[in-house]
Design a binder for this molecule. Structure first.
Ligand code: MCF
Ligand code: FE
Length: 418
């Protein structure tokens, strides 16, 4: 059976941010491939026997994509220190075990998943440091790119740590499905030994796995990689008792290491990236997490970068946020750039939560187009989000970010979720 869903406004989420009035999408029940996108009346005429749903005051758009989230830290309330990256990392190292060894672990992960679905998120880039959230995510309705994170700078235990990443990756491969993609995360240039990084990059290349890394997030990381000095010098002395620790990479050598990657590659944060470095990683999609960046690093991704590079958006974990609601993240981002034209910014941010999210994760969704995955959401409103006489200057993307709360319909992988 063919199904048609339509709404007063459709955000196609292609690069030019096309908006259809009284538009819709058609697909075959349970087949994860959009058949047609267009005018609702025309679709209804073409597929006469289709099952039809039309929401007059609704906005139909691709299901949102939270490109960077740590579900495992979902139990954090006020345990970590904000306002300075060094203080945050110290507080995390001190409290990590308390936070993670929680009897309510399963319900914490499920809460995070429900928070995604309830805000219209259909896909996530889930960074997992330990693997405990793997089974729950694999069996959830979310489409999940599951990044098994590698971390460790001590060469003596690198074999053990590498074996641990491989074990988690293999477990994830056994759970692979159309909605669960195993992937690799390199935690960051300051925390990962190059022996392990290189092996994992080779693996990503040979098995075409998506790869993600935190990159140039803090002034401390920048100072460490470019001047071999500052907070991280003390960090390695305290943590590993290394007297004269040296960074493993410069920003440039880290990026050069990633050049062979031809499939999905994402770099999260990048608050301190230079133009030269941006040119060196043209194969990467940036991911920005505005609230996390404000809380840990007192900064937002520079507007020129947000506007000129395809940038996905994520909430990060509750380890650096008050919640993992992507709509709240979009609202914060809207207020973070007062120098930007607010309507253009709204479109950029919505593409960050759809089209660019899909690019970051290597997914076939994030846009309403023929042959793309049937991942969409409809949000209904009491009134239309635009005035009839203003169709030439449609501010609906802005009003959507301001007012969207919870979808009335959410489809993932051609299956109804809400
Ligand atoms: O993205 C933020 C800030 N930057 C780095 N790491 C994390 C973030 N949120 C959670 N983390 C985790 C990371 O996955 O914190 C630990 C890792 O498990 C840091 S260990 C140096
Ligand atoms: Fe993160």
């Amino acid at each position: 059976m063919i199904e048609i869903f339509g709404a007063g406004l459709v955000f196609v989420c292609n690069e030019k941010f096309e908006i259809l009035h009284n538009g819709g999408i058609a697909f075959e029940s349970s087949k994860d491939s959009i058949l047609r996108v267009g005018d609702y009346e025309s679709l209804s005429a073409e597929f006469k026997n289709a099952k039809k749903t039309f929401i007059p005051n609704g906005i139909l758009l691709p299901a949102l994509i939270n490109a960077h989230i740590h579900f495992e830290f979902g139990g954090v309330l006020a345990e970590f220190c904000y306002g300075d990256f060094g203080k945050w990392l110290d507080s995390l190292m001190e409290n990590r075990d308390n936070v993670l060894e929680n009897d309510a672990f399963e319900s914490i992960i499920n809460q995070g998943i429900n928070e995604q679905l309830k805000s219209g998120v259909g896909s996530v880039g889930a960074i997992s440091s330990y693997g405990n959230d793997m089974e729950i995510l694999a069996h959830s309705p979310l489409r999940c790119v599951y990044f098994n994170e590698a971390i460790g700078s001590n060469a003596e235990v690198i074999d053990f740590l590498y074996a641990n990443v491989l074990e988690r990756l293999n477990n994830a491969k056994n759970l692979k499905s159309p909605t669960f993609t195993p992937a690799i995360a390199l935690h960051s240039p300051y925390s990962l030994h190059p022996i392990m990084a290189k092996k994992l990059i080779e693996l990503c290349v040979s098995e075409t796995l998506p790869l993600s890394a935190h990159f140039l997030e803090s002034p401390q990381e920048k100072q460490w990689l470019t001047q071999q000095d500052g907070y991280f010098k003390g960090f390695f002395k305290r943590l590993a008792n290394i007297e004269n620790a040296k960074p493993f990479y410069t920003p440039q050598s880290f990026l050069e290491m990633l050049l062979p990657i031809k499939n999905a590659l994402s770099l999260t944060h990048c608050l301190h990236i230079t133009q030269k470095e941006l040119d060196l990683c043209e194969n990467a999609t940036l991911i920005t997490c505005p609230r996390s960046n404000r809380l840990l690093n007192n900064a937002f991704l520079p507007l020129e970068i947000l506007q000129n590079r395809p940038t996905a958006i994520g909430t990060d974990g509750k380890s650096s946020n008050n919640n993992v609601n992507l709509l709240d993240e979009l609202r914060t981002a809207l207020y973070a750039y007062p120098q930007a034209d607010i309507l253009e910014l709204s479109k950029t941010l919505l593409l960050g939560a759809t089209l660019c999210g899909a690019r970051a994760l290597g997914l076939n969704n994030g846009i309403l187009a023929k042959n793309k995955s049937v991942d969409f959401a409809i949000f209904d409103f009491e009134k239309p989000l635009f005035c009839e006489n203003q169709t030439h200057l449609n501010q609906a993307p802005l009003h959507f970010i301001l007012n969207a709360n919870s979808p009335t319909h959410l489809y993932i992988n051609a299956k109804v979720v809400i």
